[in-house]
Design a protein around this ligand. Sequence first.
Ligand SMILES: Cc1cc2nc3c(=O)[nH]c(=O)nc-3n(C[C@H](O)[C@H](O)[C@H](O)COP(=O)(O)OP(=O)(O)OC[C@H]3O[C@@H](n4cnc5c(N)ncnc54)[C@H](O)[C@@H]3O)c2cc1C
Length: 357
Amino acid sequence: MTYDFLIIGGGIAGVSAAAHLAPLGSVCLLEGESALGYHATGRSAAMYLRDYGNDVVRALNYASEEHHRTANGGVLSPRGLLSLARAQDGAAFEADLAGLGMAEISLPEAVEMFPILNMATTTRASYLAEAPDIDTDRMLQNFLKQARGQGAEVICSASVSAIRKAGRWRVQAGETEYSARILVNAAGPWVDGIAQMAGAESLGFQPYRRSMVRIPAPDGHDLRNWPMTQGAGERWYAKPDAGAWMISPGEEDPMPPHDAWADDMVLAEGIARYQEMVTPEVTRLETSWAGLRTFAPDHSLVVGFDRVVADFFWVGGQGGYGFQTAPAVAQLVGELIGGGGTSLDATVINALSPARF
Ligand SMILES: Cc1cc2nc3c(=O)[nH]c(=O)nc-3n(C[C@H](O)[C@H](O)[C@H](O)COP(=O)(O)OP(=O)(O)OC[C@H]3O[C@@H](n4cnc5c(N)ncnc54)[C@H](O)[C@@H]3O)c2cc1C
């Protein structure tokens, strides 16, 4: 089977890239799991925080916002971000104010939006109204529809096991060999492994685990309109999740690429940090999970052709920002591969280039 573009990885990175490559030629996307979005893409906190991440990430956030708000009716809905500090969290609290553009509010104001706040331990609070939820499932489906509508083929249960170049790329998945002119590496935590298979140098990506646990609504509150709430500096965070309450320890534990699961001890420690700041006891856990946030060494994404290996294109290092940056990143993938003009600033494009390593 022969294509112009072969994409490895059926998370938000690969699917959104497919939507932007489909107008340029024939596209085939290979996903090893039996469904799309099984790994990080299916396990996120689903937030759009405009000022979250370094300068390069922020540029991508800003460039993606219009798409998030408008494309196919938009995928954002109001949520808000509340940050709570203990007496000893001063530096982290100030960093949230400066970094995320949060505004300090009074504790009574904080209690009004988050009635389970523990006044005995919380000393300061800040709030960011412009912190919407992303409907991540809808976003993935929108890009998928766009890709398929323009003829892209999407094949699940097709785990790539070997890659060689004989004029064109030859990619083995199961019993089938796929051939393409350009190979797009959107394999999330596995990007370096795919590069090595293709004869390219790995770039030093590191996946970090982040766990989540769902608990029943605290004290039976109707929490649909509660903000996402965090301990200053992301010591923990929590947000409403389908009528329940989802808590993350906010950990960043380095891990090899794998199908991640929550570590009980990490969850227990994270819940203890959360527990200190709220009044109801956590008595029952409903379910837990974890995902890998994969970062390049400088925590910027990597988008562009490999420096050495021809026709090998990287879309990696989405870290904790893969959804919020995806519209701008996918557009850039189309622009760089299509060879036309680019809509992002040259300094941003250079800061994303694999050639920077
Ligand atoms: C707990 C948590 C909270 C997060 N919160 C947010 C948030 O609020 N906002 C935000 O924007 N982002 C958030 N993120 C980050 C976001 O989820 C990720 O950046 C994004 O999903 C990464 O997408 P991806 O397509 O690069 O990777 P993945 O979703 O991991 O997809 C990569 C795919 O490649 C496939 N693959 C790998 N190797 C092969 C192979 N050999 N053959 C075929 N297929 C292969 C895998 O099966 C996988 O499906 C969060 C992440 C986590 C874990």
